[in-house]
Write a protein that binds this ligand. Structure first.
Ligand code: KG4
Ligand code: ZN
Length: 341
């Protein structure tokens, strides 16, 4: 069975290369996790520009692979299998990673696996907290996704219980940051400002929490609009914007809805473990409130460290290791990226 697995990630603005070792007991050890980000090149546009991201991946791919091998003290010929993000993501960006992965797999004559980026965000937690239980619930919150997933087998069986009907949670952070004049990406500066604010200062709406709303779906566009309107009204009245309070109140609304629905889903599906991952899992209030509410509900909470929560290659390598361990057949070299996977 392959032992050293390389993971390649290029679905959005991060070029990630990870190396892991799959042990006999199916635990997965992190050997290297190198990321080159083009986030600075997108900052002035307030969001990721696909063409810019693709070009950046092209430039960063080989140097990032080389850095990963240098960090791990390994040679290319030590790798036994390659996993690459097949989707979902930006088409052009994905293609760069898939082409690179195919080239390495063909040159080294080793198996290649196309894997799902979202499953990777969950699998990465096994690098920090060990194997997942038989069944768990995952709350995936990033700039592109907000989903509640029931995970029966990380290598094969994941059921979507709900997702956002409009903006992703991270997207809402980025848009609200813009309204408040904070830099992109908006998560970190809002998180920081919120620490000096009062989360109960402004009662922003909690989307999709009414009795007739789909139980496990989310909506953040109403919240984003409510924040924008609140700020506009205050400006019209000539008032100074209490950025810290607005940030804290917005953050409270997001954390409240995410944890409320995650815990409801865990209870309803009889699972005792909640994994929160994706870029927004780095949010301090979200993890704090999740810890509080999970303790109350008797749930075990797993949140990977922030470095593992944002896009990286280690998550793809970790998922690749689980796929290899499960004995799934590799992809043929003519497989293609699937932006809508
Ligand atoms: O997972 P990720 O790196 O990339 C995607 O797959 O989208 O997530 C990026 C998102 C951005 O929207 C960013 O604003 C958000 O994660 N984010 C945060 C924090 N750190 C990053 N949101 C809230 N609080 C944070 N501390
Ligand atoms: Zn992601």
């Amino acid at each position: 069975m392959p032992r050293i697995i390389m993971g390649i990630e290029s679905s959005c603005d991060e070029t990630g290369v990870g190396l892991v070792r799959l042990h006999d007991d199916n635990t997965v050890e992190l050997l290297a996790d190198e990321v080159a980000s083009s986030v600075d090149q997108h900052a002035r546009f307030g969001g990721v520009v696909p063409e810019v991201a693709s070009r950046a991946h092209l430039e960063a791919m080989v140097p990032t692979v080389e850095r990963a091998f240098a960090t791990a003290g390994l040679k290319l010929s030590d790798v036994d299998a390659i996993a690459v993000t097949a989707g979902p993501g930006l088409a052009g960006a994905l293609l760069v990673g898939v082409a690179a992965a195919k080239a390495y797999a063909a040159a080294l004559d080793i198996p290649l696996y196309g894997v799902n980026h979202l499953a990777g965000h969950i699998a990465v937690d096994t690098l920090q907290h060990g194997p997942l239980p038989e069944r768990c619930l995952a709350l995936l919150v990033s700039g592109g996704h907000t989903q509640l997933l029931l995970v029966d087998d990380i290598a094969a069986e994941i059921t979507e219980l709900g997702s956002t009907v409009d903006d992703a949670a991270g997207e809402a952070y980025d848009k609200v940051a813009r309204v408040l004049g904070l830099p992109y990406p908006g998560g970190p500066p809002i998180d920081k400002a919120a620490k000096n604010g009062d989360g109960a200062a402004i009662a922003f709406p909690r989307g999709m929490t009414g009795p007739r709303d789909a139980k496990f779906d989310f909506s953040f566009s109403g919240l984003k609009t409510a924040v924008a309107r609140w700020v506009e009204d205050a400006e019209r009245r000539g008032e100074e914007i209490p950025v810290d309070d607005v940030a804290a109140s917005f953050q409270e609304a997001v954390a409240d809805v995410l944890t409320m629905k995650a815990i409801r889903a865990a209870k309803e599906h009889g699972v005792d473990t909640l994994v929160i991952s994706g870029g927004v899992a780095a949010n301090s209030r979200l993890s704090e409130l999740a810890a509080e509410r999970c303790a109350e509900a008797g749930l075990h909470l797993r949140v990977p460290r922030p470095r593992l929560c944002t896009d990286n290659g280690a998550m793809i390598a970790a998922l690749g290791a689980h796929v290899v361990a499960a004995g799934r057949p590799p992809a043929s070299l003519d497989f293609s990226a699937n932006p809508a996977l």
